[in-house]
Design a binder for this molecule. Structure first.
Ligand code: ATP
Ligand code: MG
Length: 361
């Protein structure tokens, strides 16, 4: 039996009148029992891809396979998938139990089986005691759980979730993130989750596909995407990053050590995580995560500048620094870092050992 739940093979989709394709050559394998997230800015094609997996759209070119079977023009109701849409539209005149039973009724399941499955789902979603209420008598988070229950009840192999948490306030959203993770682990169903919230994607997913303009920029585990972004777009979209202009003077050795000048700093030898095609004499952009920059005495530091602003958020202190050549640099210090311990007008910064990535400028 295949370990792959969904194969998206070279999919193109252009909507009539659109200036660029909604999906522009997308290929992906999504594994069974995986929490897989499509992450990208508005309009990048996330919903279109999800609708295509569900069978609500068909590709102009390319194919969708579910569990090793090419779907062709198989209609949505005959695919082993279910979808939770952003506007979860519960039936307002039906109770929680009736909403959850709806798909099972449609499938013509026997009454007794429906009753026991509904009870199971109500319990799984922690809706015990609420079965006889109508949606208007529930909180936003409870309504969201009913929508999930309705999609889970017929035991789909794949659950597609299109920004299911975006209507919830921050606290409920955080609770539902944990709940969704728990549900996925408990049911073993493959989840394909859509979000444009990078923090949500990093926290919840087994793997993430970062999309832009109908294309996949990178697929990887959250740690890979954050630590080793494939390009500047991913580095900027996922997590916070500083982008420092640099000039590559020479390559020192095969181990990734480069002689670079950066932001009016004296030439330094830095070890790059990956050279990404940077050549001696070429301009580069260094990607530096704010939490990886360290403060240093100005005299011996690689970079120097000042800190006109620092924002305290309880757990950490974000310095909005300006380097001597006016390049902005954000530095995140954890804990109750004491700003008073350095002179804000002459600060040194080190980025050596900061897991540096660089890309040609
Ligand atoms: N039915 C349609 N007709 C024409 N263009 C469409 C249609 N559906 C989507 N598009 C276009 O295709 C592109 C991708 O849209 P899609 O809805 O997949 O984006 P998305 O990544 O889900 O964005 P969001 O985060 O805003 O939901 C957009 O440029 C959109 O305008
Ligand atoms: Mg969308």
């Amino acid at each position: 039996m295949s370990e792959i739940a969904i194969t998206v093979g070279g999919v193109y989709k252009s909507f009539q009148g659109a200036s660029h394709p909604a999906l522009d050559g997308v290929s992906l394998d999504i594994l069974k029992n995986e929490f897989f997230t499509l992450l990208g800015p508005s309009g990048c094609g996330k919903t279109t891809l999800l609708r295509m997996i569900a069978g609500f759209e068909s590709p102009d070119q390319g194919s969708i396979e579910l569990d090793g079977i090419a779907m062709g023009r198989t209609p949505p109701n005959l695919r082993p998938v279910n979808t939770v849409f952003q506007s979860y539209a519960l039936f307002p005149h039906m109770t929680v139990a009736q909403n959850i039973a709806f798909a099972l009724d449609m499938l013509g399941r026997p009454r007794v089986a429906i009753r026991s499955r509904v009870a199971e789902v109500v319990h799984l979603l922690r809706l015990d005691g609420l079965d006889e209420r109508r949606p208007a008598q529930l909180s936003g988070g409870q309504q969201q759980r009913v929508a999930l229950g309705r999609a889970l009840a017929p035991e789909p192999k794949v659950l597609l979730l299109d920004e299911p948490l975006s209507a919830l306030d921050l606290k409920l959203r955080k609770e539902m993130q944990v709940e969704l993770k728990r549900l996925q682990a408990a049911t073993g169903i493959t989840f394909v989750f859509v979000t444009h919230d990078q923090e949500e994607a990093l926290g919840m997913s087994d793997r993430i596909a970062v999309m832009r303009d109908g294309q996949i920029m990178q697929v990887g585990r959250p740690g890979d995407i954050y630590e080793r972004p494939a390009n500047l777009f991913v580095a900027e979209f996922v997590g916070e990053a500083n982008f420092l202009p640099a000039l590559c003077v020479e390559r020192i050795d095969r181990a990734g050590r480069f002689q670079l000048t950066c932001c009016a700093a004296a030439s330094a030898i830095l070890t790059l995580d990956d050279a990404n095609g940077i050549l001696p004499g070429g301009n580069a952009i260094l990607v530096v995560r704010p939490e990886r920059v360290t403060l240093a005495p100005p005299a011996g530091a690689l970079l120097r500048g000042e800190v006109p602003e620092a924002i305290y958020s309880g757990s950490d202190l974000m310095l909005h620094a300006r380097l001597t050549d006016a390049t902005p640099l954000r530095v995140r210090l954890s804990g109750a870092a004491d700003l008073a311990r350095f002179d804000a007008t002459g600060v040194g910064f080190d980025i050596e050992g900061a897991a540096l990535r660089a890309f040609p400028a």
